[in-house]
Design a binder for this molecule. Structure first.
Ligand code: IFM
Length: 489
């Protein structure tokens, strides 16, 4: 989203407490492979992330999600903790291979039971469950059969969606088909920094289409089988793309990354068509007319009730000629292979003079403001939900047993302020989910990056709310941002 060099253009909110809109949902998010553990319990079979994390050199320190934050066994305590923090909603994902081992055939009741019990516990605590069907953990057997580059995987996904609608449809009212399909397609099959670790540009594009199709088919099934009040969504990590300079070359670099980063999903999902410039940029890699069959676009464009938007940092781009940027490192992990098929020559930059997180991502709340308004401009009237936002820092426990994380509080304050200003400027933002409820398995970085509002001591699995968790609880309680602390000169 976005194509003009844009920073700091938004009006500033006057100091003081300003309430969020009535009904604004306050939540926190996790994902199955990142928190559950219990990798081989009760019939669960390996997903691509089990295989990938066991492959030497793929994940930092050889970490795996075998135990993770042990949420599978500790979900009751975790829900109690959410309740103490005053969370109103919990966004979790379902492990496909836990409920339908190997990705085909009948469901396993013991696997479904975990999610039934989790949801019941949430409902009892007055916390709204928000279920995501797919957060990157494809059953390994489906990858062995070709994975997302194969059309049949979208069909398998539709069967799985039907299983989940049957199991949880009576108690879950908010559903998300896919989380960040860009990462599944382009980090998984393009740069290979994520599972399954393939580096095939054409396969990445094919995967993107089949993920779109999977979303559309699942949305159709959920719509048919869930009560009419159920809210359907898909979550995209929309890149807030900014050209480095006002040159036409950098504008073209931004257009390209916007096409293969954003519009490859928003085009078919929200407009029923792939953007012409994307098709042109990638025509040498994929025969789109063979890939996209009659009827696909109508299926993919089934209306959603809300669009989930994940935002962490902007994406600043140029042609290599115009600056010192890096074509290999776009902030998604270093690889000799690009996750930007057809636009491999684009260079990526980090904003100067901005704080950075432990991911080396720059802290830039204006990116979220601009993104929410860009989506609103491009898709007027579309309700939005910030389904992930947060930051990793090098948190540690003090000898007194406290975790002070003022950088995370500053990050959250800045981004919540941006949400509030975007709402005032016309974006229909319905809620905010902090990433993440607790420290967890950060994919190729393993446990080396801590995104949680709650600190997890992995040796004991003890949970300790960080200062940011208490701060967020306060925001939720007041339904407003507290006044910013005075800055002393
Ligand atoms: O941890 C991830 C999450 O799984 C998807 N969105 C980005 C987060 C931070 O990298």
């Amino acid at each position: 989203m976005g194509s003009a060099p844009a920073t700091g253009t938004a009006p500033q909110r006057p100091a003081g407490e300003t309430p969020f809109p009535a009904g604004f949902v306050w939540g926190a998010a996790t994902a199955a492979y990142q928190v559950e553990g219990a990798a081989a319990e009760n019939g669960r079979t390996p997903s691509i992330w089990d295989t990938f994390s066991r492959t030497p050199g793929k994940v930092r320190n050889g970490d795996t999600g075998d135990i993770a934050a042990d949420h599978y066994h500790r979900y009751r305590d975790d829900v109690a903790l959410m309740s103490r923090l005053g969370l109103k909603a919990y966004r979790f994902s379902v492990s496909w291979s836990r409920v339908q081992p190997t990705g085909r055939g009948p469901a396993v009741e013991r696997g479904l039971d975990f999610y039934r019990k989790l949801v019941d516990e949430l409902l009892e605590a007055g916390i709204t469950p928000v279920a995501t069907l797919y957060h990157w953990d494809l059953p390994q057997e489906l990858e062995d059969a070709g994975g997302w580059p194969q059309r049949v995987t979208a069909e398998r996904f539709a069967d799985y969606a039907a299983i989940m609608a049957g199991a949880l449809g009576d108690r879950v009212g908010m559903w998300t088909t896919l989380n960040e399909p860009w990462c599944s397609a382009f980090l998984g099959y393009g740069s290979g920094v994520h599972a399954p670790g393939r580096t095939e540009p054409a396969s990445a594009l094919r995967a993107a289409h089949h993920l779109n199709l999977a979303h559309g088919r699942a949305a159709g099934i959920l719509r048919d089988r869930l009560p009419a009040a159920a809210q359907l969504s898909v979550t995209l990590n929309l890149h807030q793309v900014r050209p480095l300079t006002a040159s036409t070359q950098d504008a073209d670099a931004a257009r390209r990354i916007d096409a293969v980063g954003n519009r490859i999903f928003t085009g078919p999902m929200l407009r029923g068509e792939y953007p012409g410039d994307l098709l042109a940029d990638t025509a040498h890699l994929v025969d789109w007319s063979g890939l996209v069959r009659d009827g696909d676009l109508a299926e993919i464009a089934r209306p959603v009730d809300v669009l989930g938007v994940n935002y962490y940092t902007p994406t600043i781009v140029s042609t290599p000629a115009s600056g010192t940027g890096d074509t290999r490192n776009d902030g998604h992990g270093n690889s000799d292979h690009s996750p930007w098929p057809g636009s491999e020559h684009v260079a990526f930059h980090l904003a100067e003079n901005r704080p950075r997180t432990a991911m080396n991502w720059s802290v830039d709340p204006e990116g979220l403001y601009d993104l929410l308004l860009d989506v609103t401009r491009d898709h007027p009237g579309l309700p939005l939900m910030v389904t992930e936002n947060g930051a990793a820092f090098d948190d540690y426990m003090s000898p007194e047993g406290r975790v002070e994380d003022p950088e995370r509080i500053a990050y959250l304050r800045g981004h919540l302020d941006a949400v509030q200003r975007a709402v005032a400027a016309g974006a229909d933002v319905r809620g905010y989910f902090l990433w993440s409820l607790m420290d967890n398995f950060e994919w190729a970085y393993g446990y080396s990056k801590r995104f949680g509002a709650v600190y997890v001591d992995y040796a004991t699995q003890r949970r300790t709310p960080k200062a940011s968790a208490h701060w967020y609880a306060d925001v939720i309680r007041h339904h407003a941002l507290p006044p910013a602390p005075e800055v002393r000169a």
